[in-house]
Design a protein around this ligand. Sequence first.
Ligand code: PMV
Length: 315
Amino acid sequence: TVTEDTAGFGKIILFGEHSVVYGYHAIAAPIGLSIRAQVTRREEAGSDLIIPGFDSADSADSDLPVRIAALITERLGIRGSGMRIEVFPNLPRASGLGASAALAVAIIRAMASCFDIPLTGREVSALAFECEQIVHGTPSGIDNTVATFGQPILFRKANGARDAEFSIVTAPHPIPIIIGITGVRSLTARTVSIVRTVWTKSPSRYDAIFEQIDGLALTGVGALERGDLAELGDLMNINHGLLNALQVSSPELEALVALARRSGALGAKLTGGGGGGAMIAIAEPDRTNAVATAMRLAGYTTYLTEISAATAPSA
Ligand code: PMV
């Protein structure tokens, strides 16, 4: 019996969610929350998947983890082998923090390790991308990339996951970020299809919005590299306005964003798929606690995280 333990990283998107699906730039960074998995071999054929507390956002995707695990055993050529897969999800589900990609990466790493299958980071990420395609048909590949490499990145989708372009972005000092959870679960597949519908009707109108968001992401790289919190805040505020224009905000997200700004945040925006899920705010280090406390007093769950220079393990 071999047991292996691994992690897939949760993430926030700082700039460029949704437009990234159409080939524009985005910046994402890992957060201190992850999903771990453990795989144990056993004599009896077939696999058992145990995920405590990982209930699904709706019944339509309740068997998603099982389908993801099945695809991975198939691709790794170990279908039918006896194993027990245990998952420890330290990441809220359907909240825009990349839980499905983190789940896939954790299971891939644990299985590969348990069955002595050597995989490069690129291979782990490409297989997690295939899993993401089950979750929502047209993923950009940004979630699986951050879940695998655990570094802040500037990302741009290519035709296939293997060719996605990304580079690591480093900040001169930790950038404090407050994550606010609306408590309204939202499936990324749904908001991605909302954007697809409006874009299909008037492509040039929505391409113009995507291009503006692309500019924010590219300007954001410089701001991140200089550690310019005020500039990052401005860019986040504008990005949120444009995401609202794409119709992927929600009343709860608007309330949290307004609350964060009122309590001294330099900027705030929804993060990930939207429609509910999570938002992020940036504030001076001596204001982050005040912003988080205001959100908590209003009844929301918050997490404090920071975007830091290359810390998490890669590959
Ligand atoms: O909601 P999440 O955490 O899966 O983030 C989705 C990000 C999108 O840009 C909306 C979709 C994608 O595939 O990039």
